[in-house]
Write a protein that binds this ligand. Sequence first.
Ligand code: GDP
Length: 182
Amino acid sequence: MEEEEGEGEEYLFKVVIIGDSAVGKSNLLSRYARNEFNPHSKATIGVEFQTQSMDIDGKEVKAQIWDTAGQERFRAVTSAYYRGAFGTLLVYDISRRSSFDSIARWLDELNTHSDTTIVRMLVGNKCDLETLREVSIEEGKALAEAEGLFFIETSALDSTNVKTAFEIVIKEIYNNVSRKVL
Ligand code: GDP
């Protein structure tokens, strides 16, 4: 029996968040998934993920979003973390230039562990810290353009663009996958 198109279809995509320690990866995820912000850096180590659903074209699309949960402090983000990922958020802190400089290394690591079809979003987090800004929006945009990444600035603290950042990635993954199916 043929399956009716669009009926009961389920989508579940893995998305990984990467970037230096303390750029706000955990808080971006907790802001998106639970609308929570934690002002204290957590010390817990171990990979964590949250599953979040969104509606696209009347279909329920789920994203399983993974946070390194501190593994990067020991340069211990393993290939298992990247395995099966369809999308990634590469996060830096706009008030810490070194975290922006590290993006090149994170891109190298991503290229080692995933294929070129993975959807990539460059995220300049902590845009609420305008007075402490060390990386301009133009620099972020230029890097994104040069590397073929989406780009957005966010604040997990005041919620600016957090939902948008994740949803652009999830929609793009969905569009790529559904184009392939058709
Ligand atoms: P991670 O190590 O990359 O997961 O970073 P965390 O999410 O643990 O955040 C590190 C620190 O930065 C914590 O003290 C957070 O409260 C703070 N932080 C995270 N996001 C923001 C933000 O958007 N704005 C500001 N001002 N602080 C943030």
